[in-house]
Ligand binder design. Structure first.
Ligand code: SF4
Ligand code: SF4
Length: 443
């Protein structure tokens, strides 16, 4: 284990609230219905490969796309497709989804066999078939990340085990329950990418994971464990790269531009599992937490299970939640329906009470500058927000809107409870919409 390192500017010290850290993962029973959206990743949506009335098996591919940036989706159950139509997605919009009624047999598809491929290209193609995407929350197709742009040489692999968001412990449980698989996944990626050195970055508030992986890493050539300061957003890709290597990703650039490849611990562990079993991504570990939840837990949930089924398994709510969030309190997305399904990037479901959710009304900016000091990207959130408020969305580009990583630090520290990160997300979406219209798309 090596000790670190470079400390990024800005950020916050938030309470960790990781009381589920030592809660072992429990498997949730088969639900009576799953909903599998055709878009659970960054990139093009899949086209359904099944229709109403079709029988499906566990791990069967039920959606795919010809687009380079996309990832197929698979059935998490064996059963019958009862509908294929646009359904509400956790992001708040509709996505074409397949609704499946399980038959209780959980019979695997014939395609589910251990992966055998002779060469690098063959294995990367297989990883694409697994449907694995960035499981830290980003959802970027993993196979695309394994093929860096031509001319870009990678020399450092970083496995992200920082898990800096409050409440979430799903990465921590992976490191504790499947330690060897995490290292095996890192080894597979090193071999595939010909990267000689890998670092597993873990925040110092997880000493048991640091110790366990450090001990096991001695059996693997070139893999080291790095203890990172516990400071949010230490797990942000740019902040993590800076801490471990001292290199800075240029504005608008990618980690590959500075020779670095970053993958989440759950992603690499899932790759190792897929190579040895051939079972694509059909389940997720989800931390269920928040003061409104009767029994906080870490659960293994089949993708497509409704939030209602998940919360019911945890004993329901002991008081009415003021807010339900998919993901962490800093970067997660508020949920407006418990019918929404667990998807590939769901790593936590939080049911927060009014006190926890901090639903204070937005006040007037007092120009204190706290949001500027907290921003780990060196931005001026108050000016971005002020321009959005005045309807000058294009102006926000002058304040480097697209460099914002939506970490939420600015909103967290603002004494006036300004909706800073919300206005940034709005500006990004609005600019994207205008761009699509300009290109002749959309309506
Ligand atoms: S402006 Fe963006 S990057 Fe900066 S603190 Fe706010 S959310 Fe984070
Ligand atoms: S922290 Fe809030 S009140 Fe202070 S300058 Fe930023 S937006 Fe204004």
């Amino acid at each position: 284990m090596i000790n670190t390192l470079k400390r990024f500017k800005g950020g916050i010290t938030a309470s960790h609230h990781k009381k589920t850290s030592e809660f072992e993962t429990v498997k949730i029973p088969l639900p009576s219905r799953v909903v599998i959206p055709m878009l659970q990743h960054i990139g093009a949506p899949c086209t359904p490969l099944v229709k109403k009335g079709d029988s499906v098996l566990v791990g069967q591919k039920i959606g795919d796309s010809d687009s380079m940036i996309s990832a197929p989706v698979h059935s998490s159950v064996s059963g019958v497709v009862t509908d294929v139509r646009p359904m509400l997605y956790p992001g708040g919009f509709e996505v074409v989804s397949a609704e499946i009624e399980p038959d209780g047999q959980q019979k695997p598809d014939d395609s589910v066999v251990p992966v055998k491929a002779a060469d690098r290209e063959g294995i990367i193609k297989k990883i694409r078939e697994s449907g694995i995407v960035g499981l830290g929350g980003a959802g970027f197709p993993t196979s695309v990340k394994l093929s860096p742009p031509p001319g870009k040489k990678l020399d450092t692999l970083i496995i992200n085990g920082a898990e800096c968001e409050p409440y979430i412990t799903s990465d921590y449980r992976e490191m504790m329950e499947n330690s060897r698989r995490v290292l095996e996944g890192a080894r597979i990626l090193m071999e595939l990418t010909q990267i000689p050195e890998a670092y597993i970055g873990i925040e110092s508030n997880k000493p048991k994971a640091i110790q366990r992986l450090s001990e096991l890493a001695r059996e693997f050539n070139g893999i080291k464990v790095v203890s990172l300061p516990s400071r949010y957003p230490q797990g942000g890709e740019k902040q993590l790269i800076y801490a471990v290597t001292g290199r800075k990703v240029p504005a608008g650039g990618l980690p590959s531009h500075i020779g670095v490849l970053v993958h989440n611990v759950n992603t690499v562990s899932n790759i190792a599992e897929y190579i040895s079993t051939g079972m694509p991504l059909i389940k997720k570990r989800v931390t269920v937490e928040g003061s409104a939840v009767a029994k906080p837990m870490n659960l293994e949930v089949l993708i497509g299970t409704s939030l209602k089924d998940v919360f019911e398994f945890c004993g329901g709510f002991k008081e009415k939640p003021a807010k339900i969030i998919m993901g962490g309190p800093m970067m997660g997305v508020a949920q407006f329906s418990l019918d929404n399904p667990v998807v590939k990037h769901t790593n936590a479901l939080l049911a927060l009470t009014d006190k926890e959710a901090n639903t204070a009304r937005e006040g007037v900016c007092i120009r204190c500058g706290k949001c500027v000091s907290a921003c780990p990207m060196g931005l001026m959130p108050l000016y971005i927000s002020a321009n959005v408020e005045l309807g000058r969305v294009e102006e926000t580009l002058k304040y480097h809107l697209n460099d914002c990583i939506e970490c939420g630090c600015c909103s967290y520290v603002c004494p006036a409870s300004r909706y800073l990160v919300q206005s940034i997300r709005y500006a990004k979406a609005e600019l994207k919409r205008r761009q699509t219209l300009k290109a002749g798309g959309g309506n």
